[in-house]
Design a protein around this ligand. Structure first.
Ligand code: C2E
Ligand code: MG
Ligand code: MG
Length: 557
């Protein structure tokens, strides 16, 4: 069920209307058990405990609002306190905070009336339930790891902020990399062992400085630590001793931490954890870094990423993604084809470059939709060029590593070239060396199938990664596309020697060699002297629209 979204301004006016109709109309955070107040500038403050009005002192983690928040559904309940009955309606809502974060809360609408005789019976029943509730409330510790549950972590963190209003804190989240693998490789028992050990080391850090430790679900943990006692070394030491204990020949243990230095304790604890997670995500795939600290830039990036993902469907539907072509040329500058490079042209005319959204779409599991769209643009273009003077031009398209998991690349590309009656030899598929190396066996099978069908496969960005030579041994491709990082300093002796060897090696392995990122005449001349004869780069042309490409083709060839 979709929960209604409100901006703070909308919520303020909703509350104003409701307060005329109910005895109490308020917004609560049922996890932290607090009433929320809103400033006119949209800032949220955590106010008094919300259970105070009817059963003071009885915290009820399974009150109707907690249930509403968990289930996303409207709940109703009657609470009895002294001589009154409180009829409570709990409506889950999502608040959109001014800085883009979302916050799950509950609008409580309460009517209060005097107790009637039947209500007294209900009161007895509720008293019986109370023991049961109290027992449930005790369940604030995660059964497996014995650290706090996520809900308890949120609530107790809030209590700390209230008790120590002048103290500075850091919120830390931790996540084990590829934890699924532990269960798959060694079984659930070993997986549990890893979680328990991780939790106990993290809890030790928290305990030593009067902080809190919680398990937020799965392999995700959180720590609340007084800022003056926080030491990055503690996290690094924990990561190291866990790695020492759990590393094996086939599994490398890694844990990443995100750190948010809390500068406003009035924001929800879930949002604080979200910020620590934003920092963590920036190093999630990074093997060299263990700890990342949240900063404003990350917040901006995370906001922008949200916009990319939320605007993607509409953009795809309304043709905002445009295929640009960067000419592929020979040593005389003659056009042989082009590389399809996507540009996101927004309705306001601004253009977003692929570097700003490709990775986000990859992480959101949506990149294959964009790639399929661009591949179709390319194949359609090739079919339009058929029977014209441009019939011999080729187009190279980029294939993301994630496409291998999401779609049957071979099936789809064959279907496209069949549908548009395009010669398979005119479509070239660029796959980066990192993508190919992730699953060398699987990639080799697909690459072989594609080549057998007549498509040309290019290894893109060769030399950018770390394992280029292994790749050449494993993957049989048609074209080696040398990354611009190898060309940048061509005037240096060592760079020149490496480049020359790579070109020779590619050719000896039977591949055509293309160099990208040619920006100067001198680079071009050096590369020609080294035996390279296919180029792409700003020296010849930047990526341009198809119309411009066609005009320049006429002038050029
Ligand atoms: P790439 O496939 O390696 O594409 C080459 C990039 O280098 C392009 O950046 C191009 O504009 C840039 N470039 C070309 N010549 C020069 C030069 O002389 N100097 C410099 N400094 N740069 C040059 P662009 O268009 O921003 O694309 C960046 C990357 O985004 C591409 O790298 C590719 O990995 C990815 N990409 C672009 N379009 C798509 C797409 O449709 N699907 C997927 N999956 N990835 C795409
Ligand atoms: Mg490319
Ligand atoms: Mg490239």
């Amino acid at each position: 069920m979709k929960v209604s979204e409100y901006t703070i301004e909308e919520m303020r006016s909703l509350l104003k209307n409701m307060s005329g109709m109910y005895d109490v109309a308020r917004v609560v955070d049922p996890i932290e058990c607090r009433i929320l107040e809103f400033d006119s500038d949209g800032k949220i403050t955590m106010n008094k405990s919300c259970y105070g009005i009817w059963n003071a002192g009885q915290k009820c983690m399974n009150c109707s609002s907690a249930l509403a928040c968990k289930t996303g559904c409207h709940q109703e309940k009657a609470e009895h306190f002294q001589d009154q009955v409180y009829h409570i309606q709990s409506n889950p809502v999502t608040l959109k905070l001014p800085d883009g974060d979302s916050y799950e809360a509950v609008v409580e609408l309460v009517n209060i009336k005097e107790k009637e005789p039947e209500d007294l019976k209900a009161n007895d029943r509720d008293a019986e339930n109370l023991d049961h509730k109290a027992a449930e409330y005790k369940a604030v510790h995660d059964t497996l790891t014995k650290v706090l549950t996520a809900e308890a972590f949120y609530e107790f963190s809030r209590e700390q902020f209230v008790k120590n209003p002048d103290m500075a804190w850091v919120m830390i989240t931790g996540n084990i990399m590829d934890f699924r693998l532990v269960n798959t490789l060694f079984g659930v028992m070993r997986g549990n062992e890893v979680l328990m050990k991780t939790a106990s080391l993290l809890e030790k850090i928290a305990e030593d400085c009067g902080g809190l430790c919680g398990r937020m679900g799965g392999d995700r943990f959180a720590l609340l630590i007084p800022k003056e006692l926080y030491k990055e070394e503690d996290l690094l030491d924990t990561a190291n001793s866990l790695a020492e204990e759990f590393n094996s020949g086939i599994y490398t243990f890694r844990i990443h931490f995100g750190v948010y230095e809390i500068n406003e304790s009035s924001i929800p604890v879930s949002v604080m954890c979200g910020r620590a997670n934003t920092a963590l995500r920036t190093i999630r795939e990074d093997l060299m870094r263990t700890v990342a600290v949240f900063d404003e830039k990350m917040q901006m990036k995370s906001l922008f990423d949200q916009e990319v993902v939320s605007g993607f469907d509409e953009a795809l539907k309304t043709g905002q993604f445009r295929m640009y072509l960067q000419p592929l040329v020979d040593e005389n500058g003659k056009y042989l084809g082009g590389e399809a490079l996507v540009r996101w042209q927004r309705p306001d005319g601004s253009i977003i470059m692929p570097g700003d959204f490709i990775e986000t779409l990859e992480n959101a599991g949506r990149i294959h939709e964009l790639d399929m769209y661009i591949w179709e643009c390319a194949v359609r273009q090739l079919s339009e060029w058929d029977n014209t003077d441009k019939k011999d031009l080729t187009i190279s398209v980029n294939v993301s590593a994630k496409d291998f998991y999401s779609i049957d690349i071979y099936e789809y590309i064959c279907e496209l070239t069949d549908r548009y009656h395009v010669d398979t030899g005119k479509l070239r598929l660029e796959i980066t060396e990192t993508a190919l190396l992730k699953e060398p066996e699987q990639s080799n099978t697909i690459v072989k199938k594609l080549r057998d069908r007549g498509f040309l496969v290019e290894i893109d960005d060769f030399g950018k990664g770390h394992s280029s030579l292994t790749l050449l041994k494993e993957i049989h491709a048609d074209i080696l596309k040398i990354d611009m990082s190898l060309v940048e300093q061509i005037e240096k002796d060592r760079d020149r020697i490496i480049l020359e060897s790579v070109i020779r090696m590619g050719k000896s392995l039977g591949m055509d060699v293309v160099t990208e990122g040619i920006e100067t005449k001198q680079q071009l001349e050096s590369l020609c002297a080294m035996g390279c004869s296919r180029f792409q780069g700003y020296y010849f042309s930047r990526p341009i629209t198809v119309e411009e490409f066609e005009t320049r083709y006429k002038e050029n060839n």
